[in-house]
Design a protein around this ligand. Structure first.
Ligand code: ATP
Ligand code: MG
Length: 446
């Protein structure tokens, strides 16, 4: 009670988000953003809107990254023009979204997302019983648009024409101090949108920032509110976290915050399977490496690695109970996908990739007859093989098996024939799981 009162007084004194109406203006000479890192298309979008009498700024993550000297991966623009007005000024532009109407302005392969300044706290927005905002599409002033953004470092506006950065919430200072600070009263902001808790962890891990103590404090208490977020939205945010190039750091941070319990069903699965941890961490480390070197991370592959040990333990149990190996695997997959897609809305296009990658695994063990040659025609061979290599690195499959397939895939016809010959004559090494007995257990989970 007292606590709540103190917090309320503090929030009033510090000026809730609504009170900051005039921004600090930071000149180019001070912030030193490298204009060469700003997308030509984003500059053009701002120029066109400004020439038509509107205000337009690069906003959000792009400005944050520019101030950190990082090349942004995409650019958003915020303007006082309505979506219809924006659309009318560009040849290739479409209005998208229902809850938030945005305009996608397209320049070749690049898309600039243009949003109209949104109101915050003016009309009471529609909320659920936990305070989660359900609809808000009311246009507003720039200062309101700034106040409804999540973190101070994400609420900066860059005007490419003047070179100025407009800063309503001391975001530039926080970037300099490497602090992640939520705008407004943390508890209210997490209740409005519990996904912000996940975003806090992601940004802190990715940028190497410290989470401000008031921003961090309510998280463990409110973590369970994540359960009310629609699964599709959670999946998107989770995917961002896992493909940020800093997934390993994010997961350790979640643990450090005591946040991994109940924050996300998928994370529970990942973090609570001790045998699978080595495999998952290895796979995430590889994903991070790929993401950081600009390579594509296929979500199907990623989720296949994350859920593999759940599949494996169910598969083992079925085989131990006397089921045949392949049908047991298919049934285990159905079970895992059934429960996970419900909770996490893993889209169908990803689940079919996952299933193929998983069912390929026992097929890699067949190295004689026509089997390996038939596998060469499989569409998902490359993904299945990459997956096999992770299993080998995690010492869950024999290293020799991965090496054999590496040679087989790169070999000439003669080399392949020799490899198959070698496989049919060589006896399995002691301790190897490459056995040919019926009813054997699949690769052990240990
Ligand atoms: P990234 O580099 O991961 O894309 P980003 O900051 O650009 O980071 P986006 O999810 O692309 O993140 O969102 C763009 C901007 O929209 C953010 O910078 C922030 O200002 C605002 N925003 C996004 N999600 C929320 C949210 N849940 N609550 C409030 N503001 C948000
Ligand atoms: Mg972004």
């Amino acid at each position: 009670m007292i606590h709540r009162l103190v917090r309320r007084v503090q929030s009033l004194l510090s000026g809730g988000p609504r009170l900051r109406k005039t921004p600090r203006r930071i000149a180019q000479s001070e912030h030193k953003i490298d204009r060469a890192l700003v997308s030509r298309s984003a500059i053009r979008t701002c120029e066109v809107l400004q020439a038509a009498g509107h205000r337009a700024y690069v906003v959000g993550g792009a400005v944050r990254d520019l101030l950190l000297g990082i090349a942004p991966k995409d650019f958003d623009v915020a303007t006082d023009a309505t979506p219809e007005q924006v659309k009318s000024h560009f040849r290739r532009a479409i209005i998208i979204g229902r809850r938030f109407r945005l305009v996608h302005v397209m320049f070749g392969a690049e898309t600039i997302e243009v949003s109209t300044f949104r109101a915050y706290g003016k009309d009471e927005p529609d909320t659920d019983e936990h305070g989660r905002v359900l609809t808000d599409n009311v246009f507003g002033e720039q200062y309101e648009d700034a106040a409804r953004r999540d973190f101070t470092i994400n609420a900066l506006y860059y005007d490419p024409s003047t070179g100025e950065v407009l800063d309503y919430h001391d975001g530039v200072r926080d970037i300099r101090r490497r602090r992640l600070r939520i705008i407004g009263d943390p508890q209210t902001r997490y209740r409005e949108d519990p996904v912000r808790m996940l975003r806090a962890v992601r940004f802190a891990a990715k940028l190497g920032f410290e989470i401000d103590s008031a921003t961090r404090a309510p998280i463990s208490r409110l973590a369970s509110l994540i359960e009310n977020v629609p699964a599709a939205r959670l999946f998107d945010e989770m995917l961002k976290l896992l493909t940020s190039g800093y997934a390993v750091a994010c997961i350790s941070q979640l643990r450090a915050e005591g946040l991994h319990h109940g924050l996300l069903p998928l994370l529970d699965v990942i973090l609570e399977q001790p045998q699978g941890e080595r495999f998952v961490m290895l796979s995430l480390a590889r994903t991070d490496e790929r993401a950081r070197t600009g390579k594509r991370v296929a979500p199907g592959f990623l989720f296949a690695t994350l859920l593999w040990h759940e599949v494996l333990s169910k598969w083992n149990a079925r085989v131990a109970a006397g089921e045949h190996r392949m049908p047991a695997l298919e049934a285990a997959i159905d079970q895992v996908l059934g429960s996970q897609t419900e909770k996490l809305a893993i889209q169908r296009r990803f689940t079919s990739d996952m299933r193929e990658i998983w069912t390929l695994q026992p097929r890699f063990e067949r190295r004689t007859g026509q089997a390996p040659l038939r596998l060469l025609e499989h569409l998902r061979l490359r993904a299945g093989y990459d997956f096999l290599l992770i299993r080998c690195a995690a010492e869950e499959a024999p290293a020799e098996l991965g090496e054999w397939w590496t040679k087989f895939l790169h070999g000439s016809e003669e080399q392949r024939a020799a490899l198959m010959q070698e496989a049919s004559t060589s006896r399995p090494a002691p301790g190897s799981r490459r056995k040919r007995r019926p009813r054997r257990k699949p690769a052990e989970a240990a």
